[in-house]
Design a protein around this ligand. Sequence first.
Ligand code: NAP
Length: 286
Amino acid sequence: MSPRILSGNTVRDSRLVELIKKFSEITPTPELAIIQVGDRPDSAAYIKAKISFAQKVGVVAHHIYLPENASQEDIVIEIKKCNENKLIKGVIVQLPLPAHIDRDVVINTIDPHKDIDGQTAFNMQCLREGRPDAIVPATARGIRELLSYYNIDINNKKVTVVGRSALVGTPVAQVFARYRAVVTVAHSKTIDLMKETSSANVIIVAVGKPRLISTEHVRSGQVIVDVGITREGEVGLDTKTKLVGDVDFDKVSKVIGSTGAITPVPGGVGPMTVLGLFENLLDACK
Ligand code: NAP
């Protein structure tokens, strides 16, 4: 029997009417700035999804594009303009940035009150301290809401987070610990990944390596959240690209069985990240 599918599309769409109403009650209409540096196709796809959702919920989105060879100063200037603009309530710098840019300098230029990705040092410190006003990074917020929607209890459950990036793994681990899960963080140097994943009730994978998690890492009844997104295949005459996650969905589904639950890729965590971002924007408007 197949596991329960945790659909981020379903949860995001269920919140649409409420978000439209809440944004419509704010005057002047809140604005959002998304700064893109370079031409990464994955960044372009993420930005497209955010702009499309902004239009649906009635938020004005500004897409500020800078070429790959833009200087750090060019990016800092654009962020400062957004910080000073009173209509702009949220500022996102689409990551990753080109190698010649110091990510921390750029991110920490964002006004922490407009940092709806929760990536500034200020907001990360607030999250570490468990402050209630901390801006929770969008993917972490989205995953928490996804599990909550499907009534998956994490209180005192063992949650293994695979990946420890500042963008996903680390904030996810902090958020789940705050909600009283017993959290283990695995990474590239973890000696026995199988032991850490197979002993968990919930596995959250944010690595970026297709099919890293397969049958040997899982057992019956587990909840699997796949954050990874990798585009596979080449665009050509007879080949098409497709998005794949870090989990071998078909094989893992058979092992976790009807008592388990799993997110699809696409349509799982991706839409929840967009939802989390706009919920952070709502909070930033308060
Ligand atoms: P990242 O910064 O490259 O971090 C990857 C993490 O995976 C690192 O902590 C790394 O460990 C760990 N890792 C690498 N190989 C491993 C292995 N063999 N076993 C266990 N851990 C391993 O990536 P990221 O920004 O966190 O993103 C991860 C994935 O999520 C990517 O596919 C990205 O596209 C996707 N993503 C999706 C969403 C969404 O909305 N669905 C949002 C953001 C990101 P070390 O720290 O030891 O190097």
